[in-house]
Design a protein around this ligand. Structure first.
Ligand code: OSB
Ligand code: MG
Length: 386
């Protein structure tokens, strides 16, 4: 395998209007924001990655402003002009930076893309070379769709019907305190056999366990992150009381978190977001852990732009990902996106791995410039200083 040396890193802070905003228990955003990274190698290859950071520290603690700060001041100098044999060295080079996982994951992703391209490989095939034999990617990722909190059961059902008609085979509904049992009941009555799951984004406490037990009657695939974003122990107590499998999202940031959660029985399923765990090197370790411990595994999403979507599709195509991932077709998020071609749903609720090397999609620099201008308009620091 050929190595790379990074000569330059370009940052593109962007905001893209969302076709359908996603209302969760912690809020709603009109825009998807991210810092896109373009690493340029000595051979002149561009690798692209997405640091998926939000306007507010809602889902995670990072924001656009912390992301830009940490990349410029700390992360980029640590990787520039060093020979990188392969991307698994990146967490080592960045070890003096604690936390900021979404941010460093974006930089690592750009390096994964560059390394795959310099070796004339699709990213999915390149990932497989870091796994034991028998982990060759499938033709694509099996996916589902995540639907935000709507004003009524009726409006939720309309969106579900639309998504089922488009071919999505797994529906995830966001819930919150006061918007759960009635919703699950209404949806199950109308659609008794669909693959259905709920995501609470940490809105409940262990005191709600009697209430949450009522959800057992709705034949849910799983309940995602019902309790605190920084808890593992109480989830293990809740799982003892529930028949429905629990899936953790916000609580798991590292291999160590996953080991603790496994030992305690706090999860049956992992929502693995490469961004949340600091990138693909750690994601590969967690993938191996889940396979070994028979923990259900799927790839979660952060409403990524086409760059992050492409990297996630490549990872989600690996055969150890055994549940539908939260990666939907381009038209569910943006019109237009910043990459070409669009991701489209094909038979069996799948997104195909693009043919090209690396992430396999082309970045549209004009569109990126437009989205940088939108970010400039909504940049909170700029607004405060005007
Ligand atoms: O909790 O999984 C979540 C999006 C932003 C922040 C948190 C979450 C989500 C999603 C969207 O559920 C999944 C997607 O990208 O389609
Ligand atoms: Mg979630």
């Amino acid at each position: 395998m050929k190595s790379i040396t990074i000569k330059d890193v370009r940052l593109h802070p962007v905001a893209l209007p969302l076709v359908e905003p996603l209302r969760t228990s912690f809020g709603v955003d009109e825009y998807k924001t991210a810092v896109l990274l373009e690493v340029i190698t000595e051979q002149g290859i561009s690798g692209w990655g997405e640091a998926s950071v939000n306007l507010a520290p809602g889902y995670g603690p990072e924001t656009m402003v912390t992301g830009l700060h940490v990349l410029q001041q700390f992360a980029i100098p640590l990787i520039t002009n060093k020979e990188i044999k392969d991307p698994s060295i990146v967490p080592v080079l960045l070890r003096s930076i604690r936390g900021h996982k979404h941010t460093v994951a974006g930089l690592e992703a750009a390096i994964w893309d560059a390394c795959a391209k310099v070796n004339d490989m699709r990213l999915a095939d390149y990932f497989a070379t870091f796994l034991p034999e028998g982990n060759q990617p499938r033709t694509g990722a099996v996916v589902g769709v995540s639907i935000g909190i709507q004003p009524s059961v009726k409006e939720t059902l309309q969106i579900i019907e639309k998504r089922l008609a488009q071919g999505y085979k797994r529906i995830k509904l966001k819930i919150k305190r006061g918007w759960d049992i009635e919703l699950a009941q209404g949806v199950r009555e109308a659609l008794p056999t669909i693959m259905l799951m709920l995501d609470a984004n940490s809105d409940y406490t262990l005191q709600d366990s009697e209430h949450l037990k009522q959800l057992d009657q709705f034949d849910l695939l799983m309940i995602e992150q019902p309790l605190a974003h920084d808890d593992i122990y109480q989830h293990s107590k809740l799982q003892q009381q529930l028949d429905t499998p629990l899936c953790l999202d916000e609580s798991i940031h590292s291999v160590s978190d996953l080991q603790v959660a496994t030992e305690l029985g706090a999860l049956n399923i992992l929502n693995l977001k490469p961004a949340r765990v600091g990138g693909f090197t750690h994601s590969l370790q967690m993938y191996k852990h889940c396979v070994e411990h028979e923990i259900g595994l799927w790839i979660g999403g952060m409403l990524e732009t086409g760059v992050g979507r492409a990297t996630n599709v490549a990872f989600a195509a690996l055969p150890g990902i055994n549940l539908p991932s939260d990666i939907s077709a381009t038209d569910r998020y943006f019109d237009p996106d910043i990459t070409e071609p669009r991701f489209e749903l094909s038979n069996g609720s799948q997104l195909a791995i693009p043919d090209g090397y690396g992430i396999g999609v082309e970045v549209d620099l004009n569109r990126i410039a437009d989205c940088e201008a939108i970010w400039e308009d909504i940049n909170p620091f700029r607004a405060n200083h005007d």
